[in-house]
Design a protein. Structure first.
Length: 788
């Protein structure tokens, strides 16, 4: 059973998401990184000679890492601190900036020693001292360092005790050269070593340290309450200032510590997530309440000076890990909410993660009335993957970007089994659109990888025409890529369907996949079983030629026989190249004869010789419909299909072919018209002749046109001086439509006429067209390489 999430109100989501964007469009701080929320700070900002953020995380393989991002230069880097410590997100490092700008890094195993190291130079992560360790018991976990200036820069390192799982600490007065013996802060009167309070810590950096901690783990504590203590000058106090103990008499009896949240009175267990301070030093906490394992809430609590005021902020859904399990199996971590964190510059602001439309998104919530009410807005929206465990970079100014970091989840089943990235709330840089082979291959690879990675989400049948166009482009890309994975992906896809066309015998759309099949046959021709690739396509075409359809070209979806002919212009991409390829492979001219006859019938019926464009089908003839500006309706992608199909035909037809002159002439006619319809940015639109009604770019048509015109220049069919600027501008426009994660945007959905297009829209055929365009751009770069 695959876990599905408790969803939050879509209406609320619409209100919140107005200024948000997909998480995939935000900056990636680390491709492989994760953290738990009980070792902090996870990231710190420091302004010295440089202005930099330092971020610690653990990789899926258990490497302890530190990243550095320079906000002035944009430069960044990563440093391996410890290799393969433990594949467990509980071991993420915490960071402490020393007064001289050197960085201390602390981490532990999930049950084991404390490890620490210090950078060799201020504000640099290029070199660190050798990693030291202290054995403080096998139960030890989590690190939270604090430096108090008023105690001569004494370092306090807090952790879960290695001998009894209780909140504990050690101190150093020489920046980690030597350490004190460990002490336990609090413990219940009857000490059960398996009872383990969870603690969050914050300090003013001068003389005070604040603690918020629970009875234990919410899985074990039915009424998991939250307690508060403050340390100052060797003594411990409650929120009212009443002394609870001192350094000489530890641990403090936990039952005597006042609660910030009473789980028993509320009849709801809680889990602490963060603690911060107001401008006047009062503590604020953020926590989850968990009335049911599948029902979580986020809460905010503040000390007013006389009492704790607690407010429910919003629903939090349920635990975010996703995994396959039997229905009767219990979630191993049912209390793993998406996460909530306070803005330590302004704790009236929180960032949290909760599910919206089955995806965990990051949101910002603010109270302007002391916690009586909260309003929120989305930071991420319509993300492809979950986003959890946000963290606000410690000491960062409000203007910093990125300032909010979070885990972007590829896979998270358990704290020992995950694949996550670290994202930040700064728009990611796009791909370079420079006209060189390296940059072209880079963006093509990103687009191809994105589509393969997200292919499971494609709603179309794998043999559908939509995917046929994708496969055609992917095949051309696979032929020039040094990475075999693209060809292997295509081969496994075709083989999984036994190289069969789609189900309808005559429909042009249903043999679009055969373009890839026939190219794969050419790749595998020497293999003894290559006939298995060729035979199904050949059998389909042989039957159609032997039993020609009696349908007409008056497309009517209520009359299936009218779809047996090429009665819509898209068909000129889907079917003719298959016949031409098979004719070349077999040497049998009957396939070209049939193709040419059917093609010209469609040409005679749908081609407007005055406009030099194709109508999509007879329903768009000018006597039936016009654009809002009074011009004829010529669909951008429809004519893109035609131009893309013409390229495939011309690549198959030798220069001596009696069929070739017609297609060359048609190609040149359309190319001139198409070039004249390009906008100033380099795009084409959903409508060829009414950009005012359809002002947004449309990338599937733009990619097909870029592909066709680039081919024309490469093949010497089009004047280089005239068309090369058109092609170059088109490619640069297409690259600008690629999101940071490789998603191609601005693709009109499946349709048959001009429609509104938005930046988030994508489709597999758009990707196919993009890859076709890119392969011709690579050839264009090679053909126009400067000579000595």
């Amino acid at each position: 059973m695959y876990k599905r999430l408790l969803l939050i109100s879509p209406c609320l989501f619409i209100i919140l998401s107005a200024a948000a964007q997909r998480a995939e469009d935000f900056l990636t701080v680390a491709e492989d990184g994760a953290w738990c929320w009980f070792s902090d700070p996870r990231a710190v900002y420091y302004m010295g000679i440089h202005e930099r953020t330092y971020t610690g995380f653990v990789t899926s393989g258990g490497d302890i890492m530190v990243a550095c991002n320079d906000h002035q230069t944009g430069a960044g880097g990563k440093r391996l601190i410890y290799s393969r410590l433990q594949a467990d997100d509980h071991v993420n490092p915490s960071l402490l900036m020393l007064p001289d700008g050197r960085l201390m890094v602390f981490f532990t195993r999930h049950g084991g020693k404390v490890y620490y190291t210090t950078s060799e130079s201020p504000e640099e992560i290029a070199g660190f001292s050798s990693v030291d360790s202290i054995d403080l018991g096998e139960m030890l976990c989590y690190t939270n360092p604090v430096l108090l200036k008023n105690e001569n820069n004494r370092i306090y390192l807090f952790f879960r005790g290695g001998y009894d799982w209780k909140p504990s600490f050690i101190t150093s007065d020489d920046y980690g050269k030597t350490w004190s013996e460990p002490k336990t802060i609090v413990s219940k009167k009857i000490n059960n070593i398996y009872n383990r309070p969870y603690t969050k810590i914050v300090s003013d950096g001068k003389s005070i340290i604040h603690f918020a901690f629970t009875d234990g783990h919410p899985r074990e504590e039915n009424y998991n309450s939250i307690y508060y203590l403050k340390y100052e000058r060797g003594n411990f106090f409650d929120a009212t200032g009443k002394k609870m103990g001192d350094m000489k008499n530890l641990p403090i009896e936990q039952e005597k510590v006042p609660m910030a949240y009473d789980g028993e009175a509320a009849n709801q267990r809680a889990w602490i997530w963060d603690i911060a301070l107001t401008s006047d030093g009062k503590p604020v906490i953020a926590y989850s309440t968990l009335p049911e394992e599948t029902q979580h809430f986020y809460n905010w609590g503040a000390w007013t000076g006389t009492e704790w005021k607690n407010t429910r902020i919003c629903q939090a859904g349920s635990a975010f890990p996703r995994f396959s399990r039997q229905k009767q199996e219990r979630d191993p971590e049912p209390h793993y909410s998406g996460g909530i964190v306070l803005d330590h510059n302004d704790p009236c602001r929180v960032y949290l993660s909760r599910p919206v439309n089955d995806r965990y998104e990051i949101e910002e919530w603010i109270t302007g009335d002391g916690g009586k009410s909260f309003s929120g807005r989305a930071v991420t929206s319509k993300s492809l993957k979950d986003n959890v465990r946000p963290f606000v970079v410690r000491n960062s100014p409000p203007s910093l970007s990125p300032r909010v970091l979070w885990m972007h989840v590829n896979h998270y089943e358990h704290y020992t089994n995950f694949s996550t990235a670290i994202k930040g709330n700064k728009a990611a840089s796009g791909f370079p659109a420079d006209l060189n082979s390296g940059d072209i291959m880079k963006v093509m690879s990103a687009v191809a990888d994105w589509q393969i990675d997200n292919f499971r989400a494609v709603p179309h049948h794998q043999l559908d025409w939509t995917n046929g166009a994708l496969y055609a482009g992917m095949m051309e890309f696979a032929r020039i890529s040094s990475d075999r994975k693209y060809m292997d992906w295509l081969y496994s896809t075709g083989k999984s369907h036994s190289w069969q066309p789609h189900s309808n015998m005559y429909h042009a759309d249903y043999i679009a996949v055969c373009q890839m099949y026939l190219e794969m046959y050419r790749q595998k021709k020497a293999d003894k079983d290559s006939y298995l690739i060729l035979a199904p396509t050949q059998a389909r075409l042989d039957y159609v030629i032997s039993h020609p359809s009696q349908g007409n070209l008056l497309l009517d979806y209520g009359d299936p026989q009218t779809t047996e002919r090429w009665s819509w212009c898209d068909a000129l991409f889907m079917a003719p190249p298959v016949y031409a390829k098979l004719s070349d492979i077999t040497g049998d001219n009957k396939y070209l004869e049939f193709m040419d006859r059917e093609y010209k019938a469609t040409y005679d019926f749908l081609y407007d010789k005055d406009e030099r464009l194709f109508y999509r089908d007879h329903r768009y003839f000018p006597e039936k419909v016009l654009e809002a500006n009074g011009r004829k309706v010529f669909w951008g992608r429809g004519n893109g299909w035609v131009m893309g199909g013409l390229v495939s035909l011309l690549k198959e037809l030798p220069s001596t072919s009696v069929y070739r002159p017609f297609y060359e002439t048609l190609f040149a006619e359309m190319a001139e018209k198409v070039a004249s319809c390009q906008d100033n940015e380099g795009f084409w639109h959903a409508s060829m002749l009414d950009h005012h009604s359809f002002p947004n770019p449309e990338t599937s048509s733009s990619a097909f046109f870029c592909y066709a015109l680039a081919y024309g220049v490469n093949a010497g069919l089009l004047d280089k001086e005239i068309y090369l600027p058109v092609v170059n501008k088109a490619w640069q426009a297409l690259v600008s439509a690629v999101h940071a994660d490789g998603k191609l945007g601005w693709v009109q959905p499946v349709g048959q006429d001009p429609k509104v297009v938005t930046p988030d829209m994508t489709e597999v055929y758009g990707v196919g067209a993009f890859l076709l365009a890119g392969t011709e751009m690579i050839m264009l770069m090679q053909n126009n390489r400067p000579t000595d």
